[in-house]
Design a protein around this ligand. Structure first.
Ligand SMILES: *[C@@H]1O[C@H](CO)[C@@H](O)[C@H](O)[C@H]1NC(C)=O
Ligand SMILES: *[C@@H]1O[C@H](CO)[C@@H](O)[C@H](O)[C@H]1NC(C)=O
Ligand SMILES: *[C@@H]1O[C@H](CO)[C@@H](O)[C@H](O)[C@H]1NC(C)=O
Ligand SMILES: *[C@@H]1O[C@H](CO)[C@@H](O)[C@H](O)[C@H]1NC(C)=O
Ligand SMILES: *[C@@H]1O[C@H](CO)[C@@H](O)[C@H](O)[C@H]1NC(C)=O
Ligand SMILES: *[C@@H]1O[C@H](CO)[C@@H](O)[C@H](O)[C@H]1NC(C)=O
Ligand SMILES: *[C@@H]1O[C@H](CO)[C@@H](O)[C@H](O)[C@H]1NC(C)=O
Ligand SMILES: [Fe+2]
Length: 640
């Protein structure tokens, strides 16, 4: 309070003299995500429409900001002075900040953002700050890991500003990173983008240089320490991961789709604020795991950058706390590439495909990630090929297969042949469970009519493969909700009994609830499509709109999938599948799974001992759910 008063008083003289000014300190930041302090004063007759534009590069035209904040986000704004603290991502180019006055009569609803909110006008610029940059030795960032095709390797990718020769130093002891590998470098250019905004001066920014290093000859299931960078441009902090262990009898994964990005400013597209919670809870879980290996699976609609280059930078910085510790695996979603002239666009896609990729046509997705396998399709523009389409790997007791619902998967296609051969070659003694993942769902009870032709083809061409090969789970995104089905075959529950002798019907689960908020309604009654009544068919066992993620914990005997809600970080649905092909369903009720005790009620367990802990965890969680259900953050939908 005293501080505020002081600020008010100190700003008074300049405010009277009405020489608006804005400054940003420090001028040099040492690392990405460091905070810059932006202060202004002397703004005459302050108005709630006065705003701060964020620019990088610093000489961008006034209407080419990367984002903006209204000055009234600072409590002292009515005095004409104030301050905003902002963490900055290293965009490999300096920043500057500008203050504008925007008047009510200049509000132009035709110049608007994704939500049809008018974009602030730039006619009256009041002040410009000095430049803020990052130290030359700030080190690379956007560090993320992934599996390769070899069990004893771990890939690490990162970004530098100038592609300087960079390395990965790693070892089994934090104080002795005695092994060194180089990195391959690649990048993409503005001409590789297929349409606007990705290829326009509004959306394009230099994406930097993408480094790709592979740590080799790793011992199984050991904690490795590593850092990336160079003596010339600095090194990252030391990170650690647990190496792959093909002999492991436990598998842990965090899975979701459609997460998107949080930015501390408004921009041309709506960003996904909820993604912050998703990352927070997953990080909690990873920390609780100790020395157990795990990985993340993000099944399409990754950053929602949609042609605004810097959103990719923000995304990779946001996931770095998890992605630099566990492999981060992806498959392609419509928002990574969707473009009307896509040369590999399947015939049935017309109607479902549009411009969701913002002109990126899959290029950033294909270069910023490198997944196992070598699936690729020409982009057709001279740009790098579209990659990371389909691949698989074993993690402990589960075989994971990633597919592309966006490219041809019909009988006879390369992808179909890959899926068929892959599923038929699974050694069920080694991996008793098989999990298939793709972006657009084969089953949903959301009213996604545009995708109906695609679903028909998935049912005709892919479902028989999943059924015949006894796939355990099929996970999908695209629909921004959680929905779990019974074990399905051609829309019918193979069995809803709790002790099922399953002959290959996968449990389908839609898990696109990690951050993006828009979603169409559930399917209304076919006889009364005009009434807001959305019957839940028998095959849909649990459906909910809360943001969150899912977690798989599998042992040789049993695979458990749980749905964790972001409002409390706790479990709200779960399904267990026995490896002897029996199936158990708890009907959507919430209870504790013993193997998962590490993630909640840890304090209680420590205080009261394991058995009391179980009981208490169970009881308190049930009560809390009942109380807090009303405060869930449902996804935005046409229902409300
Ligand atoms: C970036 O900003 C810093 C701090 O103001 C300045 O020292 C540096 O010269 C700027 N870099 C360029 C390339 O202009
Ligand atoms: C962006 O791509 C579109 C479609 O190919 C093209 O018409 C346009 O000229 C390009 N814009 C720029 C600035 O290159
Ligand atoms: C996993 O289980 C198998 C069979 O029960 C056993 O032979 C093996 O040693 C176990 N592996 C580990 C890492 O515990
Ligand atoms: C950025 O800094 C904030 C505040 O220090 C911290 O909470 C957050 O986790 C950091 N984000 C990343 C991606 O490191
Ligand atoms: C990569 O492609 C070649 C054929 O072009 C194939 O023989 C090879 O097995 C593929 N590698 C992987 C890891 O899929
Ligand atoms: C799926 O079910 C529908 C309606 O019950 C039936 O007409 C169709 O033949 C079935 N398809 C297959 C492949 O069994
Ligand atoms: C699938 O499960 C059924 C029933 O348990 C079994 O008869 C069949 O051999 C299995 N198929 C494969 C490919 O594992
Ligand atoms: Fe999608």
């Amino acid at each position: 309070m005293a501080f505020l008063l002081l600020l008010l008083l100190s700003s008074l003289p300049s405010s009277l003299s009405s020489h608006p000014s804005v400054s940003a300190t420090p001028k040099l930041l040492t690392k990405s995500n460091n905070t810059v302090h932006i202060e202004w004063s002397g703004v005459p007759s302050p108005s709630p429409l006065d705003w701060l534009g964020i620019y990088s590069p610093p000489d961008s035209p006034d209407d080419h900001f990367i984002g903006y904040l209204f000055l009234n986000s600072s409590p002292s704004w009515p005095s004409g002075a104030g301050a905003i603290h902002l963490p900055l991502s290293n965009l490999r180019s300096n920043y500057s900040f500008r203050i504008f006055r925007w008047t009510a009569d200049e509000v132009n609803y035709r110049h608007h953002d994704h939500d049809h909110n008018p974009l602030p006008g730039t006619r009256h610029r009041l002040a410009v700050s000095g430049e803020v940059g990052f130290e030359r030795a700030a080190g690379p960032d956007q560090i993320h890991l992934s599996f390769t095709d070899a069990e004893d390797e771990m890939r690490v990718m990162f970004v530098s500003g100038d592609g300087v020769e960079s390395f990965v130093r790693y070892g089994l002891e934090e104080g002795r990173l005695d092994r060194l590998v180089g990195s391959e470098v690649r990048r993409y250019e503005r001409k590789d983008m297929c349409d606007s905004p990705a290829n326009s001066s509004l959306g394009w920014r230099d994406p930097g240089f993408i480094h790709d290093g592979v740590m080799k000859n790793l011992k199984k299931g050991k904690k490795y320490y590593y850092k990336v960078g160079s003596d010339a441009r600095g090194w990252s902090d030391i990170r650690s991961f647990i190496s792959r262990d093909s002999g492991s009898n436990e598998t842990i994964a965090f899975l979701f789709g459609d997460m998107g990005t949080y930015t501390p400013y408004a921009t041309f597209y709506r960003v996904q604020e909820e993604s912050k919670s998703t990352v927070k809870w997953i990080l909690r879980d990873i920390e609780a795991l100790g020395d157990k290996p795990a990985f993340v699976s993000h099944i399409g609609d990754i950053s929602y950058a949609r042609g605004f280059s810097w959103i990719w930078d923000e995304f990779f910085n946001q996931i770095e706390p998890i992605a630099s510790r566990v492999p981060y695996h992806v498959c392609i979603g419509n928002h990574e590439y969707d473009w009307p002239l896509q040369p590999w666009r399947p015939g049935w896609s017309y109607g479902a495909y549009g411009t969701d990729g913002g002109g990126e046509c899959g290029v950033p997705y294909s270069l910023k990630f490198k997944m196992p396998g070598n699936s690729s399709l020409p982009t057709g523009t001279g740009a790098p090929h579209t990659q990371n389409l389909y691949y698989s790997f074993d993690a402990g007791v589960v075989h994971f297969l990633y597919i592309s619902t966006e490219t041809n998967f019909l009988k006879g296609s390369d992808q179909y042949n890959f899926i068929k051969a892959d599923l038929e070659s699974v050694d069920r003694n080694k991996t008793p469970f098989v999990v298939v993942q793709g972006h657009r769902p084969m089953y949903t009870t959301s009213n996604e009519v545009r995708d109906a032709p695609m679903r028909e083809r998935m049912l005709e061409h892919l479902e028989p493969l999943l059924v015949q090969n006894n796939v355990t789970l099929a996970l999908w995104g695209h629909v921004h909700r959680y929905e779990r089905f019974c074990p399905l075959k051609n829309f019918s529950c193979v069995d809803t009994a709790s002790e099922l002798k399953a002959g290959g019907a996968p449990v389908h689960v839609v898990i696109g609830m990690a951050g993006q908020d828009w979603q169409s309604i559930w399917e209304p009654r076919s006889t009364h499509p005009d009434l807001p009544i959305f019957p839940q068919p028998e095959r849909s066992m649990y459906r909910g709109g809360e943001f969150g993620y899912t977690r798989i914990v599998a042992t040789r005997e049993k695979l458990t999938l749980t749905y964790i809600g972001n409002h409390d970080g706790q479990m709200h649905d779960m399904v267990e599948i026995q490896s002897c092909h029996t199936f158990q369903d708890n009907g959507g009720k919430v209870f504790v799974e013993p193997t998962l005790l590490w993630y909640v009620e840890g304090a209680i367990v420590l205080m009261l001992g394991v058995f009391m802990g179980y009981a208490l965890g169970y009881l308190t969680r049930c009560r809390r759910d009942a109380v807090q259900r009303a405060t869930w953050t449902p996804v935005k939908s046409e229902e409300t």
